[in-house]
Design a protein. Structure first.
Length: 95
């Protein structure tokens, strides 16, 4: 499952949703303009202040470019390790 955190005025959020749709992934969009999703966003991505931010099988991927790269580089689409661009993200591999 792909979870895309974003808002309604974010072009990269739309691109991330289109990419998930294009590859036939199960995905959901959480608009951080809503209080409950903003609280969840802040908990999952501490210190991050830009959208989209994307989770793949409950693992943080990053933004649109990282998501596109993960699709390109992960043969089993989300089942392999995720290498993070942010050192503080939980659930990430160091390699």
């Amino acid at each position: 499952m792909i979870t895309i955190y974003g808002n309604s005025i974010c072009p990269d959020c739309d691109k991330a949703k289109n990419l998930a749709e294009q590859y036939g992934f199960d995905w959901e969009f959480k608009n951080v303009s809503r209080k409950e999703y903003m609280a969840e966003f802040l908990q999952r991505f501490p210190g991050v202040n830009k959208v989209p931010q994307i989770m793949w099988h409950n693992k943080p991927v990053g933004g649109l470019m990282e998501f596109a790269s993960e699709i390109e580089n992960t043969r089993s689409y989300g089942d392999g390790p995720i290498y993070c661009s942010y050192p503080y993200e939980r659930g990430c591999s160091d390699s």
